[in-house]
Design a protein around this ligand. Structure first.
Ligand code: NAI
Length: 337
């Protein structure tokens, strides 16, 4: 008998419950898994005063992986520390993987790249203080952190048969922190001679992403650059709703769409679920590799291919110019598996 994975699910806020429920309706019909809900986020906070249910972290720890929707972190009124950051730190999910593949007739440019974003350091160190009228955030890049994310990027390139890894930086200004990031990058690159290595300054990389076809192959980015440039890439692809991501540590991983709670369209049943479905396919592939269950890996790959076919066949939500609903798109993916 094969593995029956236990998957924790945070449905999240805004469009989160819609895209997660559509994805679950699909997942439940293609994999034999146990799904365990963990309540967290703004809606749960407003109801209970807690950002995450008590024992929520233990439920995550007892699961094989987490599938999550976006969680709001309010910047006005009553707020709470980011649940996303807490999960990343607790499980040391240091590698944020975001693939971007273009679609003919939809995307602004041809693109087939993977962003490997450092996910726990940089400007998101959490080290912030107000000294009188001076606000200070420490941008922390450690040698260990820079080395392991570079190692992750080269291994990913080797596994996926990709030719080149490009490190994105601003070493001309941030000589010390990005200097260390780049130094470790080239040190790791020297141990992976079959993959080419080069580097690009972040502002020029932003320009290149929108200006040319096939701008990069694998991009390795410090935290903040990855956060911003991935939305740029999503815009070029056609919609934030079309992109999924994985946050991976040595033991655990969380999978989610790259978009936020999209309050402007929440509750209308029109959010694009494909980013979440692609995140779920990455989850199955990760579980398949981790637990040596080729069956899960296969289902993940079929799901990704079915997403591509559904888009090519024009089953599109309004963000891509169509009029299909969230659930119709999920059904269309299932039919094509
Ligand atoms: P957003 O991604 O929610 O929305 C930006 C634009 O993209 C909006 O026009 C929205 O309608 C559109 N969009 C996003 N997802 C879509 C989908 N699935 N289908 C169709 N259109 C979609 O970005 P925003 O407004 O900056 O963030 C809102 C909230 O989400 C904030 O509280 C933020 O903290 C949170 N957030 C949470 C994330 C997470 O939990 N991983 C990631 C990003 C933001």
């Amino acid at each position: 008998m094969g593995l029956r994975p236990r998957i924790a699910v945070i449905r999240g806020d805004g469009v989160g419950p819609e895209v997660i429920d559509a994805t679950l309706s699909l997942l439940e019909r293609v994999v034999d898994a146990e799904f365990v809900e963990v309540r967290a986020g703004k809606a749960y906070f407003n109801e209970t005063g807690l950002p995450m249910e008590e024992g929520g972290m233990d439920k995550l720890r007892e699961s094989d992986a987490l599938l999550k929707g976006p969680i709001a972190t309010p910047t006005k009124g009553r707020s709470y520390p980011s649940v996303n950051l807490r999960i990343r730190r607790e499980f040391d999910l240091y590698a944020n993987i975001r693939p971007f593949k273009s679609y003919d007739g939809i995307s602004l440019r041809r693109m087939d790249l993977v962003m490997v974003r450092e996910n726990v350091e940089g400007l998101y160190s959490g080290e912030e203080e107000l000294r009188g009228d001076v606000a200070v955030t420490r941008r922390v890049i450690t040698r260990r952190g820079a080395r392991r994310i570079a190692e992750f990027a080269f291994r990913l390139a080797e596994r996926e048969g990709r030719a080149k890894v490009t490190a994105i930086h601003k070493k001309n200004v941030l000589k010390v922190s990005d200097g260390l990031f780049l130094e470790e990058f080239y040190h790791v690159a020297s141990k992976h001679p079959s993959v080419e290595a080069d580097d690009y300054i972040v502002d020029a990389a932003a320009y290149r992403l929108v200006k040319v076809d096939r701008p990069f192959d694998v991009m390795l980015l410090p935290n903040l650059y990855g956060d911003i440039l991935s939305d740029v890439a999503a815009g070029v692809i056609g919609s934030l709703g079309l992109c999924g991501s994985a946050q991976i540590g040595d033991e655990y991983a969380a999978f989610e769409p790259i978009h936020g709670t999209a309050e402007d369209i929440a509750g209308r049943g029109i959010a694009n679920p494909l980013g979440t479905i692609l995140a779920a396919s990455m989850m199955l592939e990760w579980l398949g590799i981790k637990y040596r269950e080729g069956r899960l890996d296969d289902i993940g790959r079929k799901m990704r291919e079915a997403v591509e076919r559904a888009v090519k066949d024009g089953v599109l939500t309004p963000d891509l110019g169509g009029n299909a609903t969230t659930f119709e798109v999920a059904e269309a993916v299932l039919e094509r598996m």
